[in-house]
Design a protein around this ligand. Structure first.
Ligand SMILES: [Fe+2]
Length: 311
């Protein structure tokens, strides 16, 4: 394999760095420069719930976020914990709590759907699939469509819905066929070299299984990454993708594959509000975008878990 190029990465923080080299047959077009530098925040896996001081923690994080010089916030999903396995009354209560707490940020927020943001997925919740709030309708009511795009200072942001609710009332990571068609269409009309940033809750690419406690066989469905990653990479690779931002695994990680950085942004909730998770503490990510690409800075915000299991 011919070594061709590797995007220059500037990053701080703990976590995994990996790289896969790109064959010369996979050369990408010259990238257009970002027209204007800016910063945004990637805030993911807040897991807001009434227990474990989660509201206090989210409030601390959101107040720190409000003080950052950033144009907007990209929320990476799992806003609440949990809507999949609870009654509608509980699901509505935690969503109300989230929406109220989120107002602390005082910035425009773009939302990415997470698995825990889908109501009544597990049969054990007692919910009916015919409930008008079932699954992603619960998310849509609060935050709008589950996949969409927006443009900021010349950079196209594409927010993907990576959560596929399976017929057996479980979930898997997948960008579904309807969305793939939409993505293909969206990309087809972009001028060559248009800078792109992608958001997805369930990672497209991750090294998580190489150091996690769980093995892939611990789940009925592929839950820690998307099953059709290669299909999505084939679509993205010819384009100028500055980075893909990911949530779900609560670790700070950067994997470069096909010359694209896949950046998993830790978690506001750390280890589900019980300390650090696989070396990643509670935090949020400041992302600087300029003509060299993206530079990230993962910041903790002073939360200390009071959970007895963690002391
Ligand atoms: Fe999560």
């Amino acid at each position: 394999m011919t070594l061709l190029s590797r995007r220059k990465i500037l990053s701080g923080g703990a976590g995994i760095v990996a790289a896969s080299w790109v064959d010369s047959t996979m050369a990408r077009p010259a990238a257009a420069a970002v027209p204007e530098s800016f910063s945004f925040l990637f805030i993911t896996d807040t897991h807001l719930q009434p227990e474990l001081d989660a509201q206090k923690g989210c409030r601390m994080c959101f107040r720190a976020a409000a003080r950052e010089k950033a144009d907007f916030v990209l929320q990476g999903g799992d806003h609440v914990f949990d809507a999949m396995d609870v009654s509608l009354e509980r699901a509505n209560r935690i969503l109300d709590l989230y929406e109220m707490t989120e107002q602390e940020i005082g910035k425009k927020i773009y939302h990415t759907v997470g698995n825990h943001d889908c109501f009544g997925v597990y049969a054990s919740s007692g919910a009916s699939v015919n409930d008008p709030e079932f699954g992603k309708n619960y998310f849509r009511r609060a935050f709008g469509e589950t996949y969409y795009a927006f443009v900021h200072k010349g950079v196209h942001f594409i927010v993907l819905d990576s959560v596929n609710i399976t017929p057996d009332r479980d979930y898997e990571g997948r960008i579904d066929a309807q969305q793939v068609a939409w993505l293909k269409n969206y990309l087809s009309v972009l001028p060559a070299g248009t800078p792109l940033i992608i958001s997805t809750h369930i990672p497209l690419v991750t090294a998580f299984y190489t150091y996690a406690d769980e093995s892939p066989s611990a789940f009925k469905h592929q839950a820690m990454s998307t099953v059709n990653t290669r299909e999505i990479i084939d679509l993205l690779h010819p384009h100028n993708v500055l980075a893909v931002f990911q949530g779900h695994t609560h670790v700070l990680e950067r994997v470069i594959s096909h010359d694209i950085p896949f950046i998993t942004g830790g978690a506001v909730s750390g280890n589900w509000w019980q300390g650090t998770h696989l070396g990643t503490p509670e935090g949020y990510m400041v992302v600087h975008v300029d003509s060299t690409g993206v530079r990230t800075d993962y910041k903790t915000y002073g939360f200390k878990s009071t959970d007895p299991k963690n002391t």
